[in-house]
Design a protein around this ligand. Structure first.
Ligand SMILES: [Zn+2]
Ligand SMILES: [Zn+2]
Length: 358
């Protein structure tokens, strides 16, 4: 089933509509029901397997975490999206709050077999150890594969090391037999400026490029890279910028996509960081955090420019760095995003919210 994307989706109400759309696809939007005033139910009251519904067809994008940058606030999680193709979940990034968001969406975390990472900043990886540990403790037997840039395999190995004691205790005390090393696999991808196929199965083809989140001066000194991804299914194409400043590679990657999920930084915040970077540089610190923020993220004009050049139909704003003076994004006027993006892009603009289904 296909649901037509709505024009400029902004509100919690719309997120609830999105959750309802997932419900029609056979998912259980637990949080949405609780927010709507219905009785929240524990996971143990889920329908028995005998009542399993047919596999839902089609492709949905579920925004799990739309907060920009490292930090914790109550209403929005760190970065994560799920693409659900014919009922199968593919996770993109796994920032803090992803576990709760997966449960809230009704997708759950136990059936996440495939995950992609745009890059290894902590706001995109913080829940990896939690996810893998709970999959193992929850009795998962199907493998989980995690794909990402250089050091993804090491990150997964580190996650396994983190919950090694848990495995040791439960193996002795609960008779567990599955070894995490036989279940969880990290893969370092080699990707360049041209879209490169990095994954394919019967439902989805994934390509990737390097973007401009890491400046050249940093890339020259390390093996770490930052990616954008393009997911193609039988019915939709969804491209993800990852964290990035304007990127010609991302424009190539997103060409003609139905949906372009793009990071965004409020223009006021951009100007503020440019100024603070100047002050830091004058004081002798040329590699300030302010410079990083100003140079490696996308103010709205660049989001609009990339969306326009790629000729995408819809842009969904993600990894939102909201303006100064709005801690946690509360009170931020989203018209600041929409109006500025529309100066460059004539298509549909959707401001991502956690739990929004597109
Ligand atoms: Zn980030
Ligand atoms: Zn980042």
């Amino acid at each position: 089933m296909t649901i037509t994307p709505r024009r400029v989706v902004l509100t919690r109400r719309t997120a609830l509509q999105g959750a309802a759309a997932l419900a029609t696809l056979g998912f259980v939007p637990q949080l949405a029901r609780a927010q709507a005033g219905a009785v929240s139910q524990p996971a143990s009251t889920a329908p028995p397997a005998a009542a399993a519904k047919p596999v839902p067809k089609g492709t949905k994008l579920v925004m799990l975490g739309t907060r920009g940058g490292p930090g914790v606030d109550i209403n929005r999680s760190e970065t994560a999206c799920a693409l659900v193709a014919d009922g199968v979940t593919y996770l993109l990034d796994c920032g803090y709050g992803t576990m709760r968001a997966l449960v809230a969406s009704g997708l759950g975390f136990q059936k996440v077999d495939t995950m992609f990472l745009t890059h290894l900043h902590d706001d995109h990886t913080a829940d990896i150890a939690a996810l893998l540990a709970h999959q193992w403790t929850g009795g998962k037997t199907a493998p989980t594969n995690i794909y990402g840039p250089y050091a993804t395999a090491a990150t997964v190995a580190g996650a396994l090391q983190f919950f090694h004691a848990n495995v040791e205790i439960r193996t002795i005390d609960e008779g567990r037999t599955v070894q995490p090393e036989a279940l969880f696999f990290g893969h370092d991808l080699t990707v360049g400026a041209e879209p490169t196929r990095v994954f394919a199965d019967e439902r989805i083809v994934v390509t990737a490029v390097t973007n401009t989140h890491y400046p050249e001066r940093a890339v020259a000194r390390m093996a770490h890279r930052s990616f954008g991804y393009r997911f193609e299914t039988a019915t939709r194409t969804i491209a993800f910028s990852g964290d990035t400043a304007y990127s010609a590679n991302v424009v190539k990657l997103a060409r003609g996509a139905d949906v372009f999920v793009c990071e965004i930084m409020d223009h006021g915040m951009y100007l503020d960081n440019v100024e603070r970077a100047k002050v830091a540089a004058a004081a002798g610190n040329t590699e300030s955090i302010a410079r990083h923020v100003a140079e490696t993220h996308s103010p709205p004009a660049d989001v609009g420019r990339m969306a326009s050049e790629a000729k995408v139909k819809t842009v969904v704003l993600n990894h939102q760095l909201r303006g100064p003076g709005t801690p946690g994004g509360a009170g931020f006027q989203i018209s600041a995003f929409i109006d500025a993006v529309r100066e460059k892009f004539a298509g549909e603009v959707i401001v991502g919210e956690d739990q929004l289904v597109i």
